[in-house]
Design a protein around this ligand. Structure first.
Ligand code: NZQ
Ligand code: ZN
Length: 388
């Protein structure tokens, strides 16, 4: 295991009715609260009314910050910064999916910073030596794990870059997680979110050090849990047990816990982020297209781990198979699962019409230092071409 420091300040309140039960006491120290939300789902499913009702009853001044889009832009962040500063907002409450939570965390950071926030916190990893505006979140999707980390993945449209770094100071103060709040998520988004969680686990698992370590064992349990519960939730979206497991699983996959002691290979994430910067594609769907192809490129460099994945996650017998054949069978099982749950498997299915931009996208990708094999821009382009 590599050395590590573990910190996670977010206090989680999990379960049906948690917003009604705990929100009042969590906001008691703040008079002016900015309520950040997306493009309308919270109004349609009643969550907006429930939260606003509580805040109004408590006599809070509420500053609304609506319209946060999927793949939130830096322009949108700066709109929030302007509002937060103008109203001297004391707390930001983000209600929505990963995009809303990320945008609110970004506003909290940038609003308290006097310099160029993009240059110093997104363009490169910076040092947060001040206190961002406190953030509380009410996640309404399962997948990103944004509720319990300090990352805010933001798209700079002018620079065609989508990026985010995990700053512990940007962790929300609290996360109110009611699995029933995720019932109304459209099926495609539910599946995409669950695949995002699975990606976070795989990307940690398929990286060194590979000697006996807690993280890899926990990761296998988490992967089996996503697969099992997503199959149940696809059949019945209102299965509370399945949705609870998917919700908590997404937090555990991205709250730093399984990353401890591991390098992590976030190569697929880095590729997907650039794909989204150019095409605005859905995050989990982009991950689904990229993963099997990427793994077919690198599995020989981490053969034993891919064999373990086939055996322990997909329960494939090794009898009569070489190690290579078994590793390949594990990747095939992953690809079959992607099809089974209805995720896109090619860039065409993701909506891309032609290959014109692939070279530029590949060229703009960062490399992941934790990969079993160091990628080149040429190989990244090959991966995109095969995904097409
Ligand atoms: O905008 P609204 O109307 O709210 O609709 C959203 C959106 O259209 C809808 N939705 C959310 N909750 C709903 C709902 N619809 C009905 N009922 C509900 N309860 O779902 C759509 C997608 O929402 P979005 O927030 O974009 O999805 P997700 O949670 O997958 O977040 C994706 C974003 O998070 C980033 C991704 O890159 C992407 O920008 N990530 C953030 C990470 C982090 N902070 O740690 C890590 C991830 O790897 C990821 O990069
Ligand atoms: Zn992700």
């Amino acid at each position: 295991m590599n050395n590590f420091i573990y910190e996670n300040k977010t206090k989680v309140f999990f379960g049906r009715g948690c917003v009604k039960e705990f929100l009042t006491c969590l906001v008691k120290d703040y008079d002016t609260i900015m309520m950040g939300y997306g493009q309308g789902s919270v109004k349609r499913n009643g969550i907006y009314d429930e939260v606003l009702g509580i805040l109004m009853r408590e006599g809070k001044t509420v500053v609304e910050f609506p319209g946060i889009m999927p793949n939130p832009t830096y322009k949108k962040v700066m709109e929030g910064v302007k509002l937060a500063r103008a109203h001297q907002v004391q707390m930001i409450l983000g209600i929505g999916g990963g995009s809303v939570m990320d945008c609110c965390k970004a506003v909290a950071l940038a609003a308290r910073y006097k310099g160029d926030a993009w240059e110093n916190f997104w363009d490169r990893k910076g040092i947060v030596d001040f206190e961002p505006i406190p953030v509380g979140v009410i996640p309404t999707t399962a997948g990103t794990g944004s509720e319990c980390n300090g990352a805010a993945v933001i798209t700079n449209e002018e620079e065609k870059v989508k990026i985010g770094y995990d700053y512990p100071k940007c962790n929300p103060e609290f996360a109110l997680m009611d699995p029933a709040y995720t019932f109304s998520v459209p099926k495609e988004q539910m599946v995409s979110g669950a695949f995002d969680s699975l990606s976070h686990i795989m990307e940690t698992y398929f990286s060194g050090p590979d000697r006996d370590n807690v993280s890899d064992d926990v990761a296998e349990a988490l992967m089996r849990n996503v697969v099992r519960n997503l199959r149940t939730a696809v059949k019945d979206q209102e299965d509370y047990t399945a949705r609870s497991n998917l919700f908590w699983n997404s937090t555990l996959s991205e709250n730093r816990l399984i990353k401890l002691g591991k390098k992590g290979d976030f190569g697929c994430h880095l590729m997907e982020h650039q794909l989204a910067a150019y095409t605005d594609c859905n995050h989990g769907e982009g991950m689904a297209v990229l993963h099997p192809v990427y793994y077919r490129h690198i599995y020989r460099d981490g053969l034993k781990k891919f064999v373990r994945f086939a055996r322990n996650v997909w329960e494939i017998s090794g009898e009569g198979k070489s190690e290579e054949a078994l590793a390949e069978a594990g990747i095939d099982a992953l690809a079959d699962f992607i099809r089974e749950i209805g995720l896109p498997a090619t860039l065409r299915e993701l909506g891309m019409k032609d290959r014109k931009q692939l070279g530029e996208i590949a060229e703009s990708c960062h490399f992941s230092p934790g990969s079993y094999r160091k990628m080149t821009s040429g190989e990244i382009l090959e991966i995109f071409q095969e995904c097409f």
